[in-house]
Design a protein around this ligand. Structure first.
Ligand SMILES: Nc1ncnc2c1ncn2[C@@H]1O[C@H](COP(=O)(O)OP(=O)(O)OP(=O)(O)O)[C@@H](O)[C@H]1O
Length: 253
């Protein structure tokens, strides 16, 4: 069964139908690419999936349950995490604290236990610290654990953002232009990391990306949007040779 499925999803901003009849599904462990020319509606799909906007039509099912209308924090708790086009980190906090803050929603000790540093708090804190270090190791960031996030090179800040998203234990990870601004070496490294994440955490990954080599290189399935509608979907080979896709991209040049 699919982890996430949208049916007849749509949203209008005033007179502009930004998305219409968007239907796709994603299974556990699958990497799907969402592509399309500028303004096609890709980020709006992410904003609907995370309840930044309320759809004007359709449903979004996570594990078979409609999540439309749930609050963003409930959606995170239910298992959807995202990163943004522009990096959002606590820049003055350390790398490890950035991950621990993201884990906060998963912590179970009471306020009282926290205030008085009771054993239940210390146990939980220790477990969180251990998990945060393990996550940083996956991203080769553990050596930077006590540096300020703002001192990390750009590519590593992007990785830290993904580590923060994973810290919430998602079933579905949404990555908005993860390779934006990266040099070719960083991009290659990121491709390997994303595949590793999929294998290690069994998470479903939906990613928006303009770098076609990146998308074609790691996505098993690609959904192409143009003017808010799905115009094609399939494997990299199928999408690449689809005349509708070629026309959409040429039209946007
Ligand atoms: N809050 C909003 N109010 C009005 N129009 C909006 C809003 N958000 C998005 N839009 C419009 O919806 C359409 C889709 O925008 P969206 O940002 O989703 O495109 P995109 O495919 O992510 O583009 P890009 O690749 O440039 O990031 C655009 O026409 C945009 O102007």
């Amino acid at each position: 069964m699919s982890v996430l499925e949208t049916k007849n999803l749509g949203i209008a901003f005033g007179g502009l139908q930004a998305l219409e009849d968007v239907h796709f599904s994603i299974n556990e462990g699958e990497i799907i690419g969402l592509i399309g020319p500028n303004g096609a509606g890709k980020t709006t799909v992410f904003n609907l999936l995370t309840d930044v906007y309320m759809p004007t039509q359709g449903v979004i099912e996570l594990d078979g349950n409609n999540i439309v209308g749930k609050k963003t924090y409930q959606i995170t708790q239910n298992g959807i995490a995202r990163t943004f086009q522009n990096i959002r980190l606590f820049k003055d906090a350390t790398v490890i604290d950035n991950v621990k803050i993201a884990m906060n929603s998963q912590m179970k000790y009471s306020v009282l236990a926290g205030m008085f540093r009771l054993p239940s708090y210390r146990r939980e804190e220790k477990a969180v610290s251990k998990r945060a270090h393990e996550l940083l190791e996956v991203f080769n960031l553990d050596g930077y654990a006590h540096d300020s996030a703002k001192n990390l090179p750009y590519g590593k800040q992007r990785k830290l953002e993904i580590a923060r998203a994973l810290a919430t234990n998602p079933k579905v990870l949404l990555l908005d232009e993860p390779a934006a601004g990266m040099n070719p070496t960083e991009t290659m490294e990121l491709m390997e990391t994303i595949m590793l994440i999929r294998d290690k955490f069994h998470v479903a990954i939906l990613l928006i990306e303009h770098d076609m080599n990146f998308v074609m290189g790691i996505c098993e399935h690609i959904v192409v949007l143009d003017y808010g509608r799905i115009i094609a979907e399939g494997t990299a080979e199928e999408v690449r040779s689809d005349p509708k896709v070629i026309a959409a991209y040429l039209g946007g040049e």
